[in-house]
Design a protein around this ligand. Structure first.
Ligand code: HEC
Ligand code: HEC
Length: 241
């Protein structure tokens, strides 16, 4: 537990350092509003993010496009920087991230980060059993880990049911199963930067293919937790003050 606390503390200083770039003038509301323009209308040479990530940042599960709404700004920023500098690979996202300036990246990630999460924390936590059936590999690894192989429970850093924690630990619940699997495989093959403190690179390298498939199916299959219907008042069209 002490390990976890100091780890989170370390990471929150990290996100503070990244966040500081965003927090200098102009005012946050202006930054978010610039980000909204990029997300919903696009900018020169960049198609609107909403085309694939949804009008409310809810993603497009059927197409395998991840949601962005409510993910930590520091996390999202690291990902766009990764696509831009070639430490994370995806044929669609690389040219998009390269076309954005650092200021535009800061704006668009601030925008997506302040959109309401598409996940229901209470419902998710109710679905995360403390003592899952030992035969249910996905639920077991997610909630208990596999300590024989030095794999901590995913929930330790990603929250109960994969709701996400703070700026650096993204939500996993309801992400497309193929997407989760591909990310874990990319870390195993060192095709995605290992992230803060190399945490995910190390963990993925110890996972078996069966565990990866099981845990990807588990997190993506927590559908009750994902608010399928959009909130009545669409934040994207409401202006983000
Ligand atoms: C044509 C479709 C498309 C458009 C347009 C698009 N994206 Fe993406 N985005 C994707 C796909 C596909 C992925 C998954 C990439 C992967 O598998 O690594 C992704 C992943 C991401 C991620 C990583 C998410 C995570 O959880 O790690 C971020 C951040 C992101 N996109 C931001 C943006 C922003 C900001 C824009 C607009 C400037 C944008 N995207 C426009 C398709 C798109
Ligand atoms: C010790 C903390 C820690 C544990 C335990 C952990 N993760 Fe992570 N995870 C992270 C961090 C930090 C990131 C962000 C990595 C980055 O910035 O690229 C991450 C990111 C991810 C992502 C990328 C999400 C996206 O939107 O692209 C996936 C998938 C993931 N973790 C799966 C898992 C699974 C499955 C487990 C359990 C076997 C797990 N994690 C356990 C810290 C952890």
């Amino acid at each position: 537990m002490a390990y976890n606390i100091s780890l989170r503390h370390g990471l929150s200083s990290l996100s503070f350092a990244i966040g500081a770039v965003v927090l200098v003038a102009p005012a946050m509301a202006d930054i978010v509003s610039d980000g909204q323009t990029i997300a919903t209308s696009g900018v020169k040479g960049v198609v609107a993010c909403a085309t694939c990530h949804g009008a409310k940042g809810e993603g497009m599960a059927a197409a395998g496009f991840p949601y962005l709404a409510g993910q930590g700004a520091a996390y999202l920023m690291l990902q766009l920087q990764g696509f831009a500098n070639g430490t994370r690979h995806n044929p669609i996202m690389e040219p998009i991230a390269k076309a954005l300036s650092p200021v535009q990246i800061a704006a668009v990630t601030a925008y997506f980060s302040q959109l309401p999460k598409i996940l229901d924390a209470k419902a998710l936590s109710a679905q995360a059993p403390t003592y899952p059936d030992k035969d249910a590999m996905g639920a077991w690894v997610a909630n208990r880990g596999d300590w024989d192989n030095n794999i901590p429970a995913c929930a330790q850093c990603h929250g109960p049911g994969g709701i996400g924690i703070g700026q650096n630990f993204p939500a996993l619940a309801g992400l497309p199963a193929t997407y989760i699997r591909e990310q874990l495989n990319a870390w195993q093959q060192e095709k995605r930067a290992p992230g803060p403190l190399s945490l995910m690179g190390d963990i993925a390298s110890r996972m078996s293919e069966a565990q990866i498939t099981a845990v990807a199916d588990y997190f993506s299959g927590l559908p009750e937790a994902v608010k399928s219907a959009a909130p009545a008042s669409a934040p994207a069209s409401q202006g983000a003050q």
